[in-house]
Design a binder for this molecule. Structure first.
Ligand SMILES: Nc1nc2c(ncn2[C@@H]2O[C@H](COP(=O)(O)OP(=O)(O)OP(=O)(O)O)[C@@H](O)[C@H]2O)c(=O)[nH]1
Ligand SMILES: [Mg+2]
Length: 436
């Protein structure tokens, strides 16, 4: 993959469409535009042109054409856009014409974004935000992805890194200028205060799991004794027939997941096997999976049928007791909520409750981390800063403290992709495969 090639790709999806967008980026963009569309239009002004095959001069399509010279383009390079008609033959003809030009080749997956990153048009956390914008399925996910793309986390990480680099500069100056290797006391106070400040902010970011939850979806597990009506409730919440329902106790054995959009928040609802002692090996496996999922869930709905339940609810972070089959017996007072999934009674209340739970768990913050990668980098930085702080406070060796501070800056730099991110890049960019 040569980065001085000119690349092109469809930016819109495959399949028949009214319009198809083809992007071109690289040093030959201007020449390509001239050869296919004639005179190059004014920068960033859309004009209608006849696109022609550069070899034969044959007209291929009427297109809207844009010229976007670097460095103010998405990739930072010279770019052109062709908005052509979206029919299969038109697309094929234009793409074939582009491919026949010298030094011009189809882009690899994510290559436009990779160039934008390499040319400093966006940092790595923003690239992740862009991937999330493209993948966002609910309104709240879209909003979060937009904030990430706008640099909410990246800016905070850069601020932390700058403070840490200032600390490092102060430590290195002390190393150079003091014979005893001691830091003057007021300077030391200053350094410790700066470290405290960063640690406090990073701690707050780490404590807030809402960003990761919002990206992945809140998990709600339906648990209860066999025949409680779990699968019927799943089908009602999903508004389709996902799980088998029957009067036979022990119908569900596998874990069944459905992704829902509740008030703009992504929620994964999980139906599980009824909890009971069983001699059946398959059912035993189902029950142990049910318990495991309940333990990891953000919320467990413990479903209790009118006849009651003998066993205790499974261990869970958070649990709501929901009385089922309310159409058969409405006089139950020991439940948080009553539903009759068969008739739909009580469902709006339950959905309202789930939305409230989801939005309270997905509150916003200043520097919201959205991926495990961010969490790992910040935890690493926190460890280094903690050790540096302890060494300085106990007047340990300055060189070692400085080394820890340097490592902390590196760890934070991973968030914006300033250091050590090749493997992350490869994985991330391969996700920008539009429509393939
Ligand atoms: N009257 C009434 N019957 C219901 C209601 N919900 C479920 N049932 C019935 O209760 C029986 C069991 O329902 P399921 O949804 O299969 O129960 P489950 O908890 O998934 O059971 P297992 O998968 O065996 O653990 C079925 O015959 C349902 O039709 C309800 O709201 N009202
Ligand atoms: Mg079931």
């Amino acid at each position: 993959m040569r980065s001085d090639d000119t690349i092109f790709a469809m930016a819109s999806g495959h399949g028949r469409a009214a319009v198809c967008l083809i992007r071109i980026s690289g040093p030959e963009s201007r020449l390509i535009l001239e050869r296919m569309a004639g005179r190059v239009p004014e920068a960033r002004r859309a004009v209608v042109r006849t696109l022609r095959d550069p070899a034969s001069g044959e007209p291929l399509d009427q297109a809207l054409v844009l010229w976007m010279p670097g460095p103010q383009s998405f990739t930072g390079e010279d770019q052109a856009e062709l908005h052509i008609h979206g029919g299969l033959a038109t697309r094929t003809a234009v793409l074939r014409a582009l491919g026949s030009l010298e030094n011009c080749r189809p882009a690899e997956a994510g290559e436009f974004t990779r160039r934008a990153f390499l040319n400093g048009r966006m940092d790595l956390s923003q690239v992740e935000g862009l991937a999330d914008v493209i993948d966002a399925e609910t309104e709240a996910q879209r909003r979060q992805a937009m904030l990430q793309l706008g640099g909410r986390l990246g800016n905070a990480a850069e601020r932390w890194r700058e403070t840490i680099l200032q600390v490092l500069a102060l430590l290195e100056a002390s190393l150079d200028f003091s014979d005893e290797g001691d830091v003057p006391e007021d300077l030391e106070d200053n350094i410790l205060r700066m470290i405290d400040e960063v640690q406090g902010e990073v701690d707050r970011a780490l404590a807030n799991r809402s960003g990761e939850r919002l990206r992945e979806g809140l998990t709600v597990v339906l648990a209860g004794p066999p025949n409680a009506g779990k699968s019927t409730l799943l089908n009602a919440l999903a508004q389709r027939d996902v799980a088998i329902v029957s009067p036979i106790a022990g119908t569900t054995r596998d874990v069944i997941e459905v992704h829902c959009d509740l008030g703009g928040l992504p929620v994964v609802i999980v139906d599980t096997a009824g909890l009971r002692e069983s001699a059946d090996l398959i059912e035993q496996e189902g029950v142990s999976r049910a318990r495991a999922r309940a333990q990891d869930a953000d919320l467990v709905l413990w479903l209790v049928p009118p006849e009651g339940v003998n066993s205790a609810p499974p261990p869970a972070r958070r649990l709501l007791k929901v009385g089922t089959k309310a159409d058969l017996n409405r006089s139950r007072h020991d439940c948080d909520l009553l539903v009759a999934a068969a008739t739909g009674a009580g469902l709006p209340d339950l959905i309202g409750r789930l939305e409230a739970e989801a939005s309270s768990l997905m509150g916003q913050g200043d520097a919201v981390i959205t991926r495990e990668r961010h969490r790992n980098a910040l935890e690493k930085a926190q460890g280094c800063l903690g050790r540096a702080h302890a060494m300085l406070a106990s007047r340990g060796p300055l060189e070692l403290a400085a080394e820890e501070v340097r490592l902390a800056a590196r760890a934070i730099g991973e968030i914006t992709g300033r250091v050590d991110v090749e493997d992350v890049l490869d994985r991330l960019f391969s996700s920008f495969c539009i429509g393939k």
